[in-house]
Design a protein around this ligand. Structure first.
Ligand SMILES: Nc1ncnc2c1ncn2[C@@H]1O[C@H](COP(=O)(O)OP(=O)(O)OP(=O)(O)O)[C@@H](O)[C@H]1O
Length: 469
């Protein structure tokens, strides 16, 4: 490891550098903060040893500058005997450890071991961050926010202005409209961009697990709680807590969330110690929260708390100005990913894309284009490369016709845009779900075809009284 030793006392400085050298590391001595900051600009160090009493300078002030400018470099403070209180203060202000002068080789080795662990952890985090970035790049195209649809432009305008304020933000909109994507964009545009962004998926867990996931728990608080754990609130400390599908939040947990938003306080499950939370909350849902309030499945006070700034993401069928641009963008992305040279989308395929209602919104469009790019063999994406529900809109299959008749109660001549135009959005969605469930071999595949997650399809299916095992 490479050390920067900051001490104005020559004897201590030299002795420390010799000790570091003896232990097989490299040390560079400097006498004050000015030369330390100059060296830090020129060289890369793994750790800093800093004297608390640095001549006329206060080591704690220097520590603050170092922690702010070089948060990735651990700092160990040299302290004189009997200044434990100050040493504790130094740790509170961001020092990794302290060494009481004069120190023995053993004491120094103990600090070295800690520094080594810190270094290994930092390297691991760096590797993981790179991996996450790679997975993201492999999984999907980078989000784009250059929308042309006026309604979407104004949504983004509100969100980007709100990003810089600490108030809670509520994002409404159908599944797949990009709520999670914009939640992350708000975080990245905000003053918290270098702090954590932590997602809690409200419907995916049981009430007990969700409570523990959010607030943490102490050992023995329920069967299986074998050790103390911190929840997502703690993980998100100083950053953004994104509550996805907030409309599914069990009623029992809602008062605790309200308290978190109002008082910034919470307790871990099985513990009475009240803890302070420093998080910015963004929540999203595809439910009609006002309706949930009316049905008494969502607390009104919580709704008002969350609804300080709220936006509604328009469904893709109302974003005609963006539809083709996104389709083209996805085509280029996936063609590049699979190493294909595609000359865009054919005129017929474009027409089909424009006239299809995309109930699964951007997620469905993205999946449809990814599939089409993989299947395509021509120079351009053709209508026949698109999923059947998209390219068969005019000459529909009998099964679909039957379903359409059932849904609307009328004999529909064909499943065309005209037929859809006579139906409500709810009916179109129901039609699409019924059709997909009829044809997909499993719920998982039906969800994938619809471009929604399984939990959403499960809920919708239940609401419609449909079954598929
Ligand atoms: N701005 C965007 N640019 C590119 N792709 C996007 C964008 N927004 C959404 N998508 C695509 O749509 C998919 C779904 O987006 P997202 O998960 O944010 O939707 P959602 O509204 O949160 O859905 P759900 O309610 O089901 O959780 C993303 O994985 C991405 O592929």
């Amino acid at each position: 490891m490479d050390f920067l030793v900051i001490d104005d006392e020559r004897s201590i400085r030299d002795a420390t550098c010799m000790l570091i050298d003896d232990e097989g590391h490299y040390a560079e001595p400097v006498v004050n903060s000015a030369s330390a900051l100059t060296r830090l600009k020129e060289e890369k160090y793994d750790a800093i040893l800093l004297d608390l009493k640095l001549g006329a300078e206060n080591g704690l002030d220097v520590l603050e500058i170092l922690v702010k400018q070089y948060p990735q470099i651990p700092v160990v403070m040299f302290t004189a005997q009997g200044t434990v209180k100050t040493a504790v203060e130094a740790v509170r202000r961001g020092a990794l450890d302290f060494l009481e002068k004069p120190f023995t080789r053993e004491e120094f080795r103990a600090v070295l071991a800690r520094l080594n662990r810190f270094r290994q952890m930092s390297q691991r985090i760096e590797t993981l961050e790179k991996e996450v970035q790679e997975v993201r790049q492999q999984n999907g195209p980078e989000p784009r926010f250059d929308f042309e649809t006026p309604a979407m432009k104004s949504v983004m305008d509100v969100l980007m202005r709100a990003a810089k304020a600490p108030a809670a933000i509520l994002i409404l909109g159908e599944s797949g409209t990009g709520k999670s994507v914009v939640a992350r964009a708000i975080h990245e545009q905000s003053h918290l961009h270098d702090k954590p962004f932590v997602t809690v998926s409200c419907p995916s867990l049981s009430k007990e697990l969700l409570q523990s996931d959010l607030f943490g728990h102490v050992k023995g608080s329920f069967t299986g709680a074998v050790r103390d754990t911190w929840g997502k609130i703690k993980q998100a400390e100083g950053g953004t807590l994104f509550l996805d599908e907030i409309g599914e939040l069990p009623l029992e947990i809602q008062p605790q969330l309200l308290r978190l938003l109002q008082e910034r306080e919470y307790e871990r499950v099985g513990e009475t110690v009240t803890r302070k939370a420093d998080v910015r909350v963004i929540a999203a849902t595809n439910r009609d929260l006002k309706e949930c309030v009316r049905n008494r499945t969502f607390r009104e006070d919580l709704y008002f708390r969350l609804n300080v700034i709220s936006v509604e993401m328009p469904p893709l069928r109302q974003r005609q100005d963006d539809l083709l641009r996104f389709a083209e963008y996805y085509t280029d992305h996936f063609a590049h990913q699979v190493g294909r040279k595609l000359r865009g989308i054919s005129a017929t395929a474009r027409q089909r894309i424009m006239s299809y209602p995309w109930p699964g919104n951007l997620r469905e469009l993205r999946n449809a284009i990814e599939r089409a790019v993989i299947l395509s063999s021509a120079e351009q994406l053709e209508a026949t490369d698109l999923p059947s529900e998209v390219h068969d809109q005019v000459d529909s299959s009998p099964a679909l016709l039957n379903t359409a008749s059932n849904v609307t109660g009328n004999a529909v001549g064909s499943f065309s845009v005209q037929a859809l135009a006579g139906m409500t959005l709810e009916q179109v969605e129901e039609l699409q779900i019924r059709h997909t469930l009829e044809h997909a071999p499993s719920l998982a595949e039906a969800a994938q075809m619809l471009g929604i997650d399984q939990a959403t399809l499960y809920r919708k299916r239940k609401k419609l009284g449909l079954n598929k095992d």
